[in-house]
Design a protein around this ligand. Structure first.
Ligand SMILES: [Zn+2]
Length: 251
């Protein structure tokens, strides 16, 4: 499995939208979950996605249920199972992807040594961060209207753009309209992040980076740029539960 396209392709064990629908059946029709239900659902999400990969629709719909912390937990579990942390990717390598004791400075600067033990390549680390920045910080049981039909205009998932989709839209291959305020903001972010579409080659080469001082700077810059992003938080159902921002604890 060498190309990124291959790594994110649908395989025999890919978790699909259909499987997700089954997982969500017990919560059908509920616009609000109890803390217990939310914890159980989060547990099942991690349990089902900690190996192999999922399809794009699944990853987008997960934005409805996953908090930033929830995504971190999922990435950690995937790493424990030696899978690339990016849920769209089915790269598996116990030699590369593993829990590692990493010195604090390396972790803080997000040097290649840090992210390459969690992701197959720099691109998938970036794609995960890109996705995470669009997730709501609200815990699941505080979210309302989670029973809306999938991909309706004002749903969490409808405003999510995956990094892959961004590049496809740029090449006019995708269905995403680049002329929306949200896309314009994303495009600015992309420029700040200096992520170029390299068909994934650079990303794959990244797996062999060992002394990546430049890479570390680039990624640190990207993190800085990403702290400015507020695309998703500005719209959609997230707003309604902002009053509860103080009630952390259930993540
Ligand atoms: Zn990967």
């Amino acid at each position: 499995m060498t190309s990124l396209l291959e790594r994110t392709s649908i395989g025999p064990n890919t978790y699909t939208f259909r499987s997700l629908e089954q997982l969500l059946k017990p919560y059908e029709g509920k616009s609000l979950l109890t803390p217990r239900e939310a914890n159980t659902l989060n547990f099942h999400i991690v349990e089902n996605l900690m190996v192999e990969n999922c399809d794009r629709d699944t990853l987008k719909i997960l934005a409805r249920y996953l908090s930033k912390k929830g995504l971190d937990d999922l990435v950690e579990e995937r790493v424990t199972n030696h899978y690339c942390g990016y849920p769209l990717c089915r790269f598996h390598d116990p030699k590369q992807i593993k829990e590692m004791q990493i010195n604090k400075l390396v972790a803080k600067l997000k040097m290649p040594r840090y992210y390459l033990s969690k992701f197959c390549c720099k691109r998938h680390y970036q794609a995960t961060e890109f996705y995470k920045k669009q997730l709501s910080a609200d815990v699941l049981f505080m979210r309302t209207n989670i029973n809306q039909p999938f991909f309706q205009s004002d749903t969490y998932e409808n405003s999510i753009v995956l990094l892959e989709e961004y590049f496809e839209a740029k090449k006019n291959k995708g269905s995403i309209n680049l002329n929306t305020p949200a896309m314009n903001e994303l495009m600015e972010l992309m420029e700040k992040m200096q992520i170029e579409d390299d068909e994934g080659d650079d990303g794959v080469k990244g797996a062999n980076e060992t002394n990546g001082t430049n890479g570390a700077h680039e990624v640190a810059d990207m993190d800085k740029s990403m702290s400015d992003i507020s695309i998703v938080e500005k719209e959609g159902p997230q707003e309604s539960s902002r009053n509860y921002a103080g009630s952390v604890g259930y993540q």
